[in-house]
Design a protein around this ligand. Structure first.
Ligand code: THU
Length: 130
């Protein structure tokens, strides 16, 4: 378990903009160089424009020029550790983020691999045509 990554995800959860769902989420990614980037969920009155904490953390890292990742931690005030949505799993796949720490605010954490959460995923390999 990556305590520093968990602490970063828990802290940024306070910044969540979730007036519609009231479901605040924080996420943090650790890069190969051990830098940490954070993100929270950001909702919109046009609900479909909402972006999850995980994708916002990953996109912040990408915008900072990062390309290689080690792990991601996501935190919400759930009974059981929060499970990332399908769209975020696909984005994690794009950037090879395989080690995942799914957590709640009480410190309950489970470790999963992306392979476990998104088997047989669509990737750039699948774009090869006949
Ligand atoms: N949400 C996340 O940010 N990450 C997750 O892993 C699950 C869902 C957000 C999207 C929306 O703002 C709210 O939680 C309720 O779905």
């Amino acid at each position: 378990m990556d305590k520093e990554l968990y602490a970063a995800a828990l802290a940024v959860r306070q910044q969540a903009y979730a007036p519609y769902s009231k479901f605040n989420v924080g996420a943090a990614v650790r890069t190969a160089d051990n830098n940490i980037y954070v993100g929270c969920n950001v909702e919109n009155a046009s609900y479909g424009l909402t972006c999850c904490a995980e994708r916002n953390a990953i996109y912040a890292a990408i915008a900072a020029g990062e390309k290689k990742f080690k792990a991601l931690c996501v935190v919400a005030a759930t009974v059981e550790p929060v499970a990332p949505c399908g769209a975020c799993r696909q984005v994690m796949s794009e950037f090879g983020i395989n080690e995942l720490f799914l957590a709640n605010c009480n410190g309950k954490v489970i470790r999963k691999t992306l392979e476990e959460l998104l088997p047989y995923s669509f990737s750039s390999d699948n774009l090869k045509k006949l």
